[in-house]
Design a binder for this molecule. Structure first.
Ligand code: ADP
Ligand code: MG
Length: 397
């Protein structure tokens, strides 16, 4: 789960990480009020969206008086910001962070992330902080330093010191920097983060060490331990299809193509995405209905898949184990009844109760539902039918 920068900064503050004074604002008037309360000569107006790259896209503005704050706030609120992280459709700005401007001397990068290979938290740091860290990682990876953290001992003082030296901080701020790393690590562990990224971490002309940007991601599987984090969820930032799927206990990821897939098991779901690509199609989603499907769950999966306007065919690819093909078949028939099928459906059923499942589909004889001989045949036809549906729509338009 993701949260906004201002929410991340509030959490970090509680753990002793130094962040600029500031507050969220939802209107230009509120922005002006927050700026007035801050009372600093320079105020920064920052768009709050669940994506980085705002600086380059015009989402971070430096204001020198209250009128400017108001002007920048009304310019940003309601605007769709397109950054290199949002995708071409961008994200609408509904909230702002109004914070004091810092007197930046130098920008650094500091992050904690879980390294899957070693199953440890790794701290990463670089002197080349600011807005171009992806470029640094690609072109000069040797400029990013890493410390792997033993879960038994936690982050050790020699590691924070070594990192601080490698990142080339000046001696006057060394102690502040190592304390900063300790506090950020404590927040990461206590809140079950999967990522904590400070880019930039800055040293100011007054020798303060501050998190100027803050991005925290949380492990969804640990959210049950953190109702206070769950409360920070901003549904307007999330894909409504993914939300609906989570509520129905379906594992769904939007992939943006036009062939929707309904599959059981993550392995088969990935193989399905691959085979659709192999036949020249673009999968619309990854959807794993899990092992305990009911007729209602299948119908809900159809509702979610078809709510995507881009979808032009549905490929049902089920290998029945605990899931039974007759339940899946009844789910398709039910979906046709209660949800309606606006695109062709190709069903490949195999495994437990396959004969019963095929019989149900054959007898129901739902228009637009086709049986596939096998997975290969199903994928090929799903891609062909999506292309045909697309050109049919184009002709109509
Ligand atoms: P993003 O990563 O989305 O581009 P950041 O919060 O990192 O957004 O801001 C981009 C840049 O804007 C920073 O690298 C920094 O130079 C400047 N900036 C951000 N916040 C402040 C602030 N409070 N005071 C001064 N400059 C800031
Ligand atoms: Mg940043």
């Amino acid at each position: 789960m993701n949260i906004h920068e201002y929410q991340s900064k509030q959490i970090l503050r509680e753990f002793g990480v130094k962040v600029p004074n500031g507050n969220a604002a939802f209107s230009p008037e509120e922005a002006a009020r927050v700026a007035k309360d801050l009372g600093t000569p320079v105020v920064v107006v920052k768009a709050q969206i669940h994506a980085g790259g705002r600086g380059k896209a015009g989402g971070v503005k430096i204001a020198h008086n209250i009128d400017e704050v108001k002007q920048f706030a009304s310019g940003l609120l309601g605007k769709v910001l397109v950054t290199h992280q949002t995708g071409p459709e961008g994200k609408q700005v509904n909230r702002l962070l109004i914070e004091e401007g810092s007197n930046i001397e130098k920008e650094y990068y500091l992050g904690f992330v879980i390294d899957r290979k070693t199953a440890q938290i790794v701290m990463m740091g670089s002197e080349e902080g600011g807005m171009e860290i992806e470029k640094v990682a690609e072109e000069t990876p040797e400029k990013i330093f890493k410390e792997y953290i033993d879960p038994v001992t936690g982050l050790m003082p020699f590691q924070t010191r070594r990192m601080a030296f490698r990142m080339n901080f000046k001696p006057e701020v060394m102690n502040k920097v190592t304390k900063f790393m300790d506090c950020l690590y404590k927040a990461f562990v206590a809140k079950d983060c999967s990522l904590a990224e400070i880019n930039p971490l800055v040293v100011t002309k007054e020798n303060d060490v501050i998190a100027l940007d803050a991005k925290l991601n949380f492990d969804d599987s640990a959210l049950f331990r953190h109702p206070e984090i769950e409360a920070l969820r901003d549904e307007s930032e999330e894909d409504p299809k993914e939300r609906a799927a989570a509520k129905a206990a379906l594992s769904y990821v939007n992939l943006g193509g036009d062939v929707a897939c309904m599959v059981n098991g993550a392995g088969l779901a990935m193989a399905t995405v691959d085979i659709i690509k192999y036949y020249g199609g673009e999968p619309a989603n990854f959807l794993d209905v899990g092992g305990d499907s009911t007729v209602e769950k299948i119908a809900e999966a159809f509702r979610i898949m078809q709510s995507d306007d881009q979808v032009h065919s549905v490929f049902v690819n089920i290998f029945g184990g605990i899931n039974k093909c007759d339940v899946i078949a009844s789910g398709i028939v039910e979906a046709a009844k209660v949800v309606g099928l606006r695109v062709p459906v190709i069903a490949r059923l195999d495994g437990t109760n396959v004969e019963a499942g095929r019989k149900i589909l054959k007898e129901a004889n739902v228009p637009g539902v086709y049986m596939a001989a096998d997975m290969d045949d199903g994928a090929k036809r799903a891609v062909e039918l999506a292309a045909a549906k697309k050109s049919e729509l184009r002709i109509k338009a």
